[in-house]
Ligand binder design. Structure first.
Ligand code: THG
Length: 866
């Protein structure tokens, strides 16, 4: 075929685009769709046992099958209900890019592109991969700042990325109207691929390595067995398997529903249009780079001698397919499309015509409106699911083509290796929970779609769908007094308003309206006493005969004595940090485990799986939603609390890291003497119904001491000055606890052979290649926040992990990973912020001593810093 054909709407089965880029279309790829005879599974092999059953034959599922089989897994079975690529893959626009505004997904993109480059050679299947590069266009000064911000976040990654000026942009994209163009973010090697051929190549590879791809085979039911294995029911018989992976695209909800899960997914109508031949395009000697006009919110690429143009409509205009969530996907929906609606994208078409004027003369010869699955935050869900053993997902892909290769490899490595090969926490399926309702999902998907091209600020907050039904007992009391942050469904105060403040959420690439207020809260805690809502912590009770044994196996620290609390880490078998929790031994054999809000189900899944796998006799209860938590911290914390209880709170009677059941003016609470601020403080765990009352009595009691609220931004400033590491920043499964400087919490000599112990001993023996260092730097109106490039002698040598302003020493500070040889105190380095390298110095930690240390030094008669 010459150009693209008009697509048939509803019920049609013609592919949206002809295969392109290779003179010889791959076998079965020429006419595609119906012409391709799906080889009935009856004609191939049918097996009724499998190591793994992958449900769904889109690019994601097929990539997983390919990677598992290639890595040597036997008995990989993929079941597809109609034919490979049916659903979303077949009509995808096929864009590939190295760019991702986040961090870990850059690795996925990178792997995918490197794989796609060599797939034809490996499998003999052409994939129509074009790599003309891509340019993101900035036409506002803020957008230029965003690009600078993204440059420092990309600088310590391998993919090439350049901030380029108008001249270079014009050279690369000669038919661009340069009037509004200020700058471009250029990624050589970006481009597009034919999604159908890509999937067929991966399928050919998967078969070559021994995977069975069986279709059409519909999964009709899933039954878990008591040993953690599964029975997968199909019209052709039952398959017994050790593990299931749901890769069913917009049918993934249907699969989840079979086992009582409600995956937060919703299909959106994504449209793109293809033009007829444009003489100016035809005349070009080289293919145009892919253009992303962020202000106009669309992508545009060359399609043969015409252009292909795909917009992201605003949240008001975009269209969701809600009926598929409420009533299910129409059973026969395979290679069909929705009715297209050009009116909806008119604004974007006009923006594109202004930017690329030759479009004005072009005819639209093809319009594609296809279903793409969105999750609330448009990031996919990839990994094992909490609450159901051996049920994994790889679902919610809004950009499945660029993610397929990398995610297939990532999951395959995780499944075979028993732990994630690298940190990809933002894709953890367990970031959602019961609070992610259908209503929430729809509202959020709408927002996410509309925000596809908005400016991505640091500390971004999005407001649709809030609050969820998961609110703290203090939400009503606090909501008008502060700027709230969203954490795992909860609203938690970031910072509090005072008269004279510029209130509300005012994001910026530089210091902004919360800079002064956070300093005020910081001072409040350092000099007086502050109260913070910590309800969003994940909280679990572990008890039973084997609780001590289980925790000794899970945690690298020793088990605290009854009445005591420990900071403790769960390591992976490779000796990396899986999680950081506090463990409080409440009564003999009964423990309270507390983790950050973002890691609740992530941690719970791990604990539950180990308990089941090892046959431990324990009861594990998630009490996150039942318990409120108030933190009180600062030099007057003791004085204020003492007014409310008969319990002796003196330093010798209620020691640091002790926990105790107490009554505060008749309200029952488990009090732990701990504070992530590093100041004198307690955390008060209480029934959520009592939160407001407890808050009120404490505020009342603290009048004289000038008690006030503080939020998580001040808490972060406080913990950084104390050099407390944060999970997800300084430590994660990319880091071992020794390079993170967590040695103090890791007890390699404890008798129990805890997970990761052996690996960590070897790591220690070999010596560390890099180390976490503590940096101070002088800047102008900007602070590091993590993920920035760290330079030395004109080369990027590492990356920051978090950062902030140090309100007491009045300079910026940051944690960073650098090679061991550059990790000594006094070493000079540079940190790149918004296009400028600031000189930084490694200093001894901490900048400010903890209350604990200050008190200890004072008792010894020493003089304390601060
Ligand atoms: N409170 C509770 N649980 C938590 C946190 C919390 N779980 C998750 C996360 N936060 C755990 N992180 C820390 C890290 C450090 C400290 C507390 C929680 C801390 N460190 C002191 C220090 O390093 O000087 C004390 C260390 C010691 O002596 O053991 O307080 O905030 N409940």
């Amino acid at each position: 075929g010459k150009a693209a054909r008009p697509c048939s709407l509803g019920g049609g089965s013609v592919s949206p685009l002809p295969p392109q880029g290779s003179p010889d279309p791959p076998a079965g790829g020429a006419g595609r769709a119906r012409e391709e005879k799906p080889s009935s599974f009856l004609g191939t092999k049918w097996k009724d046992t499998a190591e793994i059953v992958i449900i769904g034959g889109g690019c994601i599922g097929v990539s997983l099958a390919y990677h598992l089989a290639k890595a040597g897994m036997k008995d990989v079975i993929l079941l597809e209900k109609s034919e490979l690529t049916a659903g979303s893959t077949w009509h995808a626009a096929g864009l590939t890019t190295y760019f991702h505004p986040g961090i870990n997904l850059k690795k996925i993109h990178y792997y995918s592109i490197k794989l796609y480059e060599k797939l034809e050679e490996e499998t003999g299947q052409a994939v129509g991969f074009h790599q003309p590069g891509s340019i993101r266009i900035a036409s506002t000064p803020t957008r230029v700042d965003e690009f600078k911000y993204q440059m420092t976040r990309a600088g310590w990654h391998p993919a090439e990325q350049y901030l380029i000026g108008p001249e270079r942009i014009q050279e690369l994209f000669p038919i661009l109207n340069m009037e509004k163009v200020l700058a471009g973010l250029y990624n050589p090697g970006d481009g597009h691929i034919d999604p159908y051929s890509l999937t067929m190549a991966l399928a050919a590879g998967a078969r070559k390595y021994g995977a069975l791809l069986n279709y059409p085979v519909q999964v009709t039911n899933l039954s878990p067995r008591s040993d953690g294995t599964w029975e997968v029911e199909t019209p052709h018989g039952i398959i017994r398997t050790n593990r299931i992976v749901n890769t069913a695209g917009f049918w993934a909800r249907e699969i989840g529903t079979m086992i009582g899960l409600h995956h937060p997914l919703i299909p959106v109508h994504h449209q793109y249009v293809v033009t007829s031949t444009i003489p100016e395009v035809k005349a070009l000697k080289t293919e145009l780079p892919v253009l992303r006009d962020l202000e106009g919110s669309y992508y545009l690429r060359q399609e043969r001698d015409g252009l292909l143009f795909g917009p992201y409509e605003s949240q008001e205009k975009m269209k969701l397919q809600e009926s598929w969530v409420t009533n299910g996907v129409p059973p026969g929906f395979g290679k069909e499309l929705f009715e297209s609606d050009l009116d909806r994208i008119m604004d974007h078409i006009e923006a594109a015509m202004a930017m690329v004027p030759v479009l004005k003369q072009a005819d639209i010869i093809n319009t594609v409106a296809g279903p793409i699955t969105y999750s609330p935050d448009i990031l996919p869900m990839v990994g094992p699911h909490q609450g159901v053993r051996n049920y994994w997902v790889a679902i919610g892909f809004g950009y499945g083509i660029i993610h397929a290769g990398g995610v297939g490899k990532y999951l395959s490595d995780w499944i075979l290796g028993g732990e994630p090969p690298f940190d990809l926490i933002e894709l953890d399926p367990n970031r959602y929970g019961k609070w992610s309702t259908t209503q929430y999902t729809a509202t959020k998907a709408r927002e996410s779609y509309g925000f596809n091209n908005i400016v991505g600020y640091p500390k971004e907050e999005r407001f649709a769908g809030r609050p969820t039904e998961r609110v703290s007992g203090l939400y009503k009391v606090l909501k008008s007094k502060c700027s709230m942050g969203f954490h795992a469904g909860w609203e938690q105060p970031h910072w509090f308003y005072k008269s004279g403040d510029e209130i509300g959420y005012k994001p910026s690439f530089r210091r902004t309206n919360w800079f002064e207020p956070v300093g005020r809260e910081y001072k409040q805690v350092m000099e007086k006493v502050g109260v913070i809502d910590l309800t969003p912590f994940g909280k679990f009770i572990v008890k039973g005969n084997d609780s001590v044994k289980l925790l000794d196996h899970l945690f690298a620290n020793v088990i605290p004595k009854v009445g005591a609390t420990n900071i403790s880490h769960m390591l992976t078998p490779r000796g990396q940090v899986y999680a950081e929790l506090t463990v409080s031994h409440l009564s003999p054999g009964e423990f309270l485990l507390v983790t950050g809000s973002g890691s609740e189900l992530h941690d719970l899944r791990w604990i539950e799986e180990e308990a089941l796998k090892g046959g431990y006799n324990v009861e594990i209860k998630n009490i996150t939603d039942e318990m409120g938590v108030l933190g009180i911290a600062g030099p007057f914390a003791r004085k204020v609390l003492q007014k409310l209880t008969i319990e002796d709170l003196s330093d010798s009677a209620f020691k640091f890291l002790q926990s105790r059941y107490i009554k505060l003016s008749d309200i029952a609470a488990t009090a732990i003497r701990i504070s992530y601020s590093g100041e004198l403080g307690w955390e008060l765990y209480h029934r959520k119904e009592d939160s407001a009352a407890l808050y009120n009595v404490i505020m009342e009691a603290g009048q004289e001491e000038g008690i006030d609220d503080f939020g998580t931004y001040a808490l972060n400033a406080l913990r950084l000055e104390k050099a407390f590491r944060a999970w997800g920043a300084e430590m994660n499964c990319d880091t071992n606890p020794l390079e993170a400087g967590l040695d103090y919490f890791i007890k390699l000599n404890k008798p129990a052979d805890f997970i990761g112990k052996q690996a960590l001993k070897q790591i220690k023996e070999k010596g560390l290649k890099r180390r976490l260092v503590y940096l101070t730097l002088e800047t102008a109106n900007i602070d590091p926040e993590g993920n920035e490039s760290v330079w030395h002698n004109g080369r990027v040598v590492g990356n920051t992990t978090s950062g902030n302003y140090s309100y007491s020493t009045q300079q910026s500070l940051a944690f960073a990973y650098v090679p061991t040889e550059l990790s000594k105190v006094g070493q000079k380095l540079e940190v790149e912020l918004l296009g400028q390298n600031y000189s930084a110095t490694i200093v001894e930690e901490p900048l400010v001593l903890t209350e604990q240390t200050r008190t200890r030094l004072q008792k010894k008669g020493g003089s304390a810093k601060v």
